[in-house]
Design a protein around this ligand. Sequence first.
Ligand code: 13P
Ligand code: SF4
Length: 328
Amino acid sequence: MANISSTALARSAELYDRVKRVIPPPEWAIFAEDVDAILELKRSRNAVVLAHNYQTPEIFHGVADIVGDSLLLAREATKVDADIIVLAGVHFMAETAKLLNPEKTVLIPDLAAGCSLADSITAQDVRLMRQRYPGVPVVTYVNTSTAVKAEADICCTSGNARKVVESLGAERVIMLPDEYLAQNIAAQTDVKIIAWKGHCEVHELFTASDVRQLRENHPDVTILAHPECPPEVVAEADFSGSTAAMSDFVGQKRPPRVVLLTECSMSDNVAVLHPDVEFIRPCNLCPHMKRITLKNIRHALETGRHEVTIDPAIAVSARRAVERMLAI
Ligand code: 13P
Ligand code: SF4
């Protein structure tokens, strides 16, 4: 405890009051100094922190200026009035922010914060799909590299996938790379979906038998599943939607007990907002999201590392696919 600044603790007391339900006092004592330093660095560098819903509560509630799902982060990135954006999330989210803000500095605190979906497909794979299905439009999930987005007609997120697919007015659509998201959207639309074999390493672990077990153990529980979960899990859940849609559902319906079949920090972050709701686990950790910490956010602001850059040869086409999505 010798290095912990009592000034930082005192300054962050109000903030701590918000998160005390999910962060024990000894942990906050460790976080307070970095929180304090980050708040000051943001002011002095004219920087903002955009944080995804899967970031840990000390980041999400402690230092973020804008929080949300992938769709909201992409939308808000277009409105940011700061010189520097620190993206507390994974690499594809930082690339999307950079695509939409070519003139701003976009930093990702750990370059290795990847995504199993983004890693499941290359630009060459998309070109081969186009050859195999000539004339069929390509929708890529935002959880892809810029090179893959550059091959797409339009992007989507879990929050707007059905709308995007139906906006194309086509009988068939290629939807890449998440097989389960594609199958879950196919169940809601008449458009025929051609999928890829990518999976989210976090959501693919949930099973229908997990859902049944939860209902047996907690008969009054409301079960929410992210659409990256396998279709049989989504079919047995009470609701499925993006991380923001799950959070909104809890806020509006206030179920007494809830399970979020998604990444672990999501429950902590939503629990802070709704102390009257009991959150039951299981959940699964995303190792990529967890690479982002207060320490490396602070380091990013202090040193300007790691700056996200985009190959100009692919930026224009990739930006078009993202902007087309945002226009819907
Ligand atoms: P959302 O767009 O629902 O926030 O999902 C992003 C993600 O990576 C889920 O695993
Ligand atoms: Fe990618 Fe899954 Fe992690 Fe989301 S939770 S960033 S889809 S690996």
